[in-house]
Design a protein around this ligand. Structure first.
Ligand code: ADP
Length: 192
């Protein structure tokens, strides 16, 4: 069974790709952003704590995010594998995830990175802003999310690259083409 991470900047289409890839491998796609949005929609205490950070494009504090993810990974459907989307986003969170997995005697197999040029990222986010009206798809929040990705999340990619488990694919172009390329790359990597 596969334990995978998908990473990519805001607008890279990682959420959409995560759904398709997870279905192919028969594992749940676990998106911390989606978990937060569900809490906000359900007006839970955790949602109330997270929403201000999210609306500004800031990271939700680690104690909230990590506890939420830990609980989600304990659910039965994640026992045999999962595709994480949106975690870890910082080097500190790498350590937290390592601990969660070590507690369960599990390891990560592959980290898939979707790359895309900045102008395409921005165009996609602006389109999504019109279609879905996400509260954090405003100009300042988008800028902040891109900045945090560059400053805090790029080092996560570097760390996984040093572990030899980073797989990068071109995330620009048609979604269906990217899904096929991602699945082929992952299958090759999981087999080898
Ligand atoms: P995107 O990748 O488009 O910025 P996500 O749906 O992955 O969007 O995340 C939305 C928001 O949820 C983030 O901007 C942040 O506020 C919060 N969030 C998601 N994952 C994390 C995380 N691992 N650590 C801290 N905050 C997070």
């Amino acid at each position: 069974m596969a334990r995978l991470i998908i990473m990519g900047p805001p607008g890279s289409g990682k959420g959409t790709q995560a759904e398709h890839i997870a279905r192919h491998f028969g594992i749940p796609a676990i998106s911390t952003g989606e978990l937060f949005r569900t809490h906000v929609g359900d007006k839970t205490e955790l949602g109330a704590e997270a929403s201000g950070y999210m609306d500004r494009g800031d990271f939700v504090p680690d104690h909230v995010t990590t506890a939420m993810l830990r609980a989600r990974l304990e659910e039965a459907d994640a026992a045999d594998g999962f595709l994480l989307d949106g975690y870890p986003r910082t080097v500190i969170q790498i350590g937290a995830l390592d601990e969660m997995l070590a507690d369960r005697q599990q390891t990560l197999e592959v980290v898939l990175e979707l790359t895309a040029p900045d102008d395409e990222l921005l165009a996609r986010i602006l389109r999504r802003a019109q279609e879905q009206g996400r509260a954090d798809d405003t100009e300042p929040a988008i800028q902040r999310r891109l900045e945090l990705y560059r400053d805090e999340t790029q080092p996560v990619l570097t760390a996984y690259s040093h572990r030899g488990i980073l797989l990068s694919i071109d995330g620009s172009g048609q979604p269906e083409t990217i899904t096929k390329a991602a699945i082929a790359a992952l299958e090759g990597s999981l087999a080898g």
